[in-house]
Unconditional design. Structure first.
Length: 296
């Protein structure tokens, strides 16, 4: 046990070894129970994901996206083919489009032509500046007309106002969640019923919503349509790009209610909160004499 790199994260009680984070459990299993871990991966076919044939990568026959002209279609196909003809002369990184290379070159030249009028911080892209300015907008914000509570964006006000209209909300019969639209409630109910009407035609995995299936399909096609214009990193989902952009802007919208620490994503905040609550949900079952891994 002394050789385990995450030994400081371990809490042993009555033979159990538990962790605050699944990544710590994962590292512990690979380090201290490697043979059992590899056997578990093989038996559960964790990495045995079917690959699609090259013929399925055609936009017309596979992803279904439509374009007005051949030029736009050609640019889109680069996502599937992986062709990146524009190479950075400084570091060798390759890009699908010249515009992306030009933006990337600013990371080498240090050029940041877009200053923030509030704090003077400079950015290489206008889009990154706009995202950064949301940090300052929290100080001014938008107010709820019913209670005066302040928000950083109008969309948050609209979401908040649903609380004032609770008498018109639709409540799930299985849990306490409420919804403003019946169609959204119906989709939510699938979580309780187990209904997954949308199936992947590559690996047969099923999903509750069509949007979840579309996101999943990108794991097969390799498509990452959401690209950071500042550094060139690309992502399969828009939410992942939003989280990534906070690294450039320095925005940390998630605050701990017990201390003054802030985080750029809710997942890190949840992990941090366990340092206050003492909650350790990840248990190593090998140390307890049971073959497997378990989420408490």
């Amino acid at each position: 046990m002394d050789s385990c790199p995450e030994v400081t994260q371990i809490k042993a009680e009555e033979g159990d070894v538990t962790f605050t984070d699944f990544t710590y459990l994962d590292k512990h299993l690979k380090w201290c129970h490697r043979s059992e871990y590899l056997a578990w991966v093989k038996n559960h076919k964790v990495y045995n994901c079917s690959k699609i044939s090259s013929g399925m990568l055609s936009c017309s026959s596979y992803c279904g996206r439509r374009f007005h002209d051949k030029g736009s279609l050609g640019k889109h196909k680069v996502i599937h083919t992986g062709n990146r003809p524009y190479k950075c002369p400084e570091c060798g990184k390759e890009f699908a489009r010249m515009a992306q290379l030009r933006c990337h070159l600013r990371t080498h030249t240090g050029e940041r032509p877009y200053p923030c009028p509030q704090c003077g911080m400079r950015f290489s892209l206008r889009s990154t500046l706009r995202i950064h300015q949301q940090v300052h907008s929290k100080e001014k914000a938008f107010s709820c007309p019913d209670c005066g509570k302040m928000f950083s964006a109008l969309r948050y006000v609209k979401v908040h106002q649903r609380a004032h209209n609770s008498e018109r909300m639709l409540q799930c019969r299985e849990c306490t969640k409420t919804f403003s639209r019946e169609d959204v409630l119906k989709k939510h109910l699938r979580i309780h019923t187990g209904e997954r009407p949308y199936q992947c035609n590559v690996c047969s995995k099923r999903f509750v919503r069509i949007s979840h299936l579309k996101n999943h399909m990108r794991t097969h096609t390799g498509e990452k349509p959401y690209r950071c214009e500042q550094c060139g990193s690309s992502y399969a989902q828009s939410g992942d790009l939003t989280k990534h952009m906070r690294r450039h802007t320095g925005e940390k919208p998630f605050a701990c209610s017990d201390c003054d620490r802030r985080f750029n994503n809710s997942g890190d905040l949840s992990k941090h909160r366990r340092s206050h609550t003492g909650h350790r949900p990840y248990k190593c079952l090998y140390d307890g004499g049971i073959q497997g891994m378990h989420h408490l």
